[in-house]
Design a protein. Structure first.
Length: 254
């Protein structure tokens, strides 16, 4: 199928230039290499969006949290989604629509840049991905330590985790515990190999997030009802979230 009507400026005048779109290549499926560990599609898609809510753990350290926390959570998910769509489009475009090469490659950026004859660009891309991974790790440690700190303040964990550093005013014991747990988890999965370890840890963590998201969708309207702020809009959003989480969890298991 084709669509036309794009206009290009050539020789100082506007001429009609058709854009060809092969819709047979527009598919939600992709080739899989049996040698590469695979996650269920629902888990994979959720993996890249989880964590946008971690801004809520910094509410006490945020100026005007009633406005800024909600804005941060919403914009994180929205901008991440737009970024993933754009990057996917340009990767497919850069590899001449050879989606099989992308699906079967364990290093898709390298495959794309090699196809374009820009080998050095692949190294630069993965260096950027490394920096992004470190930033994600820091954000995760921030969220985890604040969660442990809050739970300790309410008496659910050891009181020592509710203390802060005398100079930096950060929950140092909670940060140290978060780093220790993350380090032990990484070292424990080393024998699995990098791809298998990433798939195992990602799947396990994402199921945990899905369970929490599902419970929050159920608990939020109850909390608002007790506070006297529950509206039909809240019930609609909570119901939609519950259905979506149920779909992803059941679709990933069966």
């Amino acid at each position: 199928m084709t669509t036309s009507g794009a206009l290009a400026r050539t020789a100082g005048k506007r001429t009609s230039s058709p854009i060809l779109i092969d819709t047979s290549k527009c598919s939600f499926s992709y080739p899989k290499d049996p040698a590469i560990p695979q996650q269920p599609e629902g888990i994979t898609s959720t993996t890249w969006f989880r964590g946008s809510e971690s801004a809520a753990t910094l509410a006490r350290e945020t100026r005007d949290p009633a406005r800024n926390v909600g804005l941060a959570v919403t914009m994180s998910a929205l901008l991440a989604g737009l970024f993933f769509v754009a990057i996917t489009y340009f990767m497919v475009l850069g590899i001449d629509d050879d989606t099989r090469a992308l699906g079967e490659s364990s290093a898709p950026f390298i495959a794309m840049t090699q196809r374009a004859g820009l080998n050095a660009a692949g190294t630069a891309m993965y260096f950027g991905a490394l920096i992004s991974g470190l930033a994600c790790l820091l954000a995760s440690l921030n969220a985890a330590s604040r969660l442990l700190f809050s739970m300790a303040r309410y008496g659910y964990l050891a009181r020592a985790l509710a203390t802060v550093h005398p100079r930096h005013r950060t929950p140092a014991p909670a940060v140290l515990l978060s780093v220790t747990v993350a380090l032990v988890g990484c070292l424990a999965t080393l024998p699995l190999g990098p791809l298998e370890a990433f798939g195992f840890a990602g799947t396990l963590a994402t199921f945990g997030f899905l369970a929490v998201y599902f419970l929050i969708c159920l608990a939020a309207p109850l909390d608002q009802f007790q506070a006297g702020t529950l509206t039909a809009r809240h019930l609609l959003i909570s119901g939609a979230g519950t259905l979506m989480m149920t779909f992803v969890i059941l679709g990933s298991v069966w």
